[in-house]
Structures are given as structure tokens and as C-alpha cells.
Design a protein around this ligand. Structure first.
Ligand SMILES: *[C@@H]1O[C@H](CO)[C@@H](O)[C@H](O)[C@H]1NC(C)=O
Ligand SMILES: *[C@@H]1O[C@H](CO)[C@@H](O)[C@H](O)[C@H]1NC(C)=O
Ligand SMILES: *[C@@H]1O[C@H](CO)[C@@H](O)[C@H](O)[C@H]1NC(C)=O
Length: 275
């Protein structure tokens, strides 16, 4: 039996050190925290390039034809009719599975996001890019996906679910087919608040990834314990804890089923250790 070490890859300073946060503050830095803003108020904050920009917090979960109705202008994130976008769910790499490597240990990356950080919502007329290869927080679309398994969901959508405490299981389309099916079963038996989608973001070396708010697990070979321990530790930690389902269901294959309760009171109950 092989044992693997989990590496804490990086942590952007201890939680108390909000001053070390290098990301963009929104709506404002903690010094101004007491002056709380409502969703529709306009606030000013410094962009990373130190220019003053006006931000408007667009309300979440409200269908707005002009901003985001979960149907129109989806192609800005992912266009199913654009052949160049199809590599996100089709393996074009000689049609061969990426063989898992047992010497490639799982990696956990933790981002210490300040409590006062609030992610921005952007309408479908504006593109969203992420600084990290696999984002675990940041700007996203106002409408979030319904929970479940998809043919494909773009990160600009699922980052919103992670903010609500969900986990997102990503597999490279060239990953091992048997392990993909195993991973789906594990995630579906752990919690209701999940999104499962192929993605070209995981690397060839570690073609599987699990995202939670501020935390990322990447692995080469599926191990149930590693996945379940990550979910038990990092799921349900997003800053906006709600289990309400989303409105976006483009390419949804199978809606999520409740596992313990609708609020996921017990994570991965099937293999819970009895003390
Ligand atoms: C933005 O940054 C500049 C320069 O760092 C600073 O002088 C200014 O007070 C900042 N404004 C806000 C609203 O934080
Ligand atoms: C800084 O941000 C402003 C507003 O978003 C943008 O107009 C400007 O081009 C940016 N400048 C640089 C140097 O990136
Ligand atoms: C995008 O659409 C929203 C909603 O209609 C609007 O408020 C915003 O100004 C638009 N942004 C751009 C860059 O066109």
C-alpha cells in the first residue's frame, strides 16, 4: 500500500495579516469595513494598477436580461458551437488516457482569503479572467449553476458555487475513464452542493482537481481518502453559506441529490470514521 504526503503548497500569509493580501479589495479594504455598502450602491476601490475605479456590486441570483439571464451571450465564457472551445470536454491528445502516476503526490493549495474580501459580479458583456490556472475565488457571473454533473461548466460560473460552500470536481477530458466515474460517485455521495465537469484547467500530470473556496486539491491517481478528507476539511467554507440552487443549467446532465440534508450537515457520511 502506497502512502502519499499532502503538501501545503502555499499560504498567502496568516489569516490575521490582512495587510499582506495582494488581491483586489472589493468593495473596500477592512479599514473602511464599518461603512457597509448595499448591493446596489456604488463604491470606489483601488484596482491592482492603483487606478481608482468605480465598482458596482451587481446583485446575485437575480435574472436580468441586460446583465445575465443564464441563457444569452454564454459564448463569452464557453461557446459550444465554437470548435476551438470543444477541447474543454473532448480529449484530442491522441485519444489516449493520461495514465496516473503513483509517484506524483496529491497537492493541496490553500489561499488565505481575508474575511472582508467580497468577489465582484460581472455581466455577460464583460470577460472574466483569472490570475491562477485553476481559480478558487474571484470575480464571477451573477447567476450560479444548479448543483449536479455537467457536460461542461465554465469557471466563471462555478467560482460562484464555491463562494456558497460547494466543491467543484474537475477532470481533464483525457483523464482515465474508470477513475473519472469513480470520482463522480465519491463526490455525489459526499455532498449535495457539488458541481462535476470536465475541464482543460487540470494539468496532464495531475488531471483531476477539486476546488473549494480558497482551496485546491490536484491529483494524478484517485484515492478516496484524499478526496473525502479534502471535502471534509474545505467544503462549506465559502463566505456566503447558502444551499439555494442556481438558475444556470446549460449542459446539465444530472441534478445533484441531497446526501445528508439540504445544508450538507454531514459530509461524506458513507465512509465516516466512527470514533
Ligand atoms: C488608492 O491608492 C492610492 C495610492 O496607493 C492612495 O493614495 C488612495 O488613498 C487609495 N484610494 C482608496 C480609495 O483606497
Ligand atoms: C488601469 O485600470 C484602468 C481602469 O480599469 C484602465 O483604464 C487602465 O488602462 C489601466 N492601466 C494599466 C496601466 O493597466
Ligand atoms: C454591461 O451591461 C450592464 C447591464 O446592462 C451595463 O450596466 C454595463 O455598463 C455594461 N458594460 C459594458 C462594458 O458594456
Amino acid at each position: 500500500m502506497l502512502h502519499f504526503l499532502l503538501y501545503l503548497l502555499m499560504a498567502i500569509g496568516p489569516r490575521a495579516c490582512e495587510k499582506e493580501w495582494s488581491g483586489v479589495w472589493f468593495p473596500q479594504s477592512p479599514e473602511n469595513k464599518n461603512k457597509s455598502l448595499t448591493d446596489s450602491e456604488t463604491s470606489r476601490s483601488n484596482d491592482t494598477n492603483q487606478t481608482l475605479v468605480n465598482h458596482k456590486r451587481i446583485p446575485m441570483g437575480v435574472e436580468n436580461e441586460k446583465c445575465d439571464d443564464a441563457h444569452k451571450n454564454l459564448g463569452i465564457d464557453f461557446d459550444p458551437y465554437d470548435i476551438r472551445h470543444s477541447t474543454v470536454y473532448m480529449c484530442l491528445d491522441n485519444r489516449r488516457d493520461y495514465r496516473g502516476d503513483y509517484n506524483m503526490e496529491p497537492l493541496i493549495t490553500v489561499y488565505d482569503i481575508p474575511d472582508a474580501y467580497v468577489a465582484l459580479h460581472k455581466c455577460m458583456n464583460t470577460s472574466i479572467q483569472y490570475a491562477e490556472r485553476i481559480p478558487t475565488f474571484g470575480t464571477h457571473r451573477p447567476l450560479w449553476p444548479r448543483y449536479g454533473e455537467y457536460k461542461y461548466v465554465p469557471p466563471q460560473r462555478w467560482v460562484h458555487n464555491s463562494e456558497h460552500g460547494a466543491v467543484i470536481a474537475l477532470y481533464h477530458p483525457c483523464a482515465n475513464k474508470h477513475q473519472i466515474e469513480e470520482l463522480k460517485l465519491i463526490v455525489k455521495s459526499c455532498l449535495y452542493r457539488h458541481i462535476i465537469t470536465p475541464s482543460d484547467l487540470p494539468s496532464k500530470d495531475r488531471p483531476f482537481a477539486i476546488v473549494a473556496w480558497g482551496a485546491l486539491l490536484e491529483f494524478s491517481v484517485l484515492q478516496r481518502d484524499v478526496v473525502e478528507n479534502f471535502i471534509r476539511t474545505y467544503a462549506l467554507k465559502g463566505p456566503e453559506q447558502i444551499s439555494r440552487d442556481g438558475q444556470y443549467d446549460h449542459l446539465l446532465l444530472a441534478p445533484a441529490q441531497v446526501v445528508s440534508t439540504i445544508d450538507d450537515d454531514v459530509l461524506c457520511p458513507k465512509h465516516r470514521k466512527r470514533d
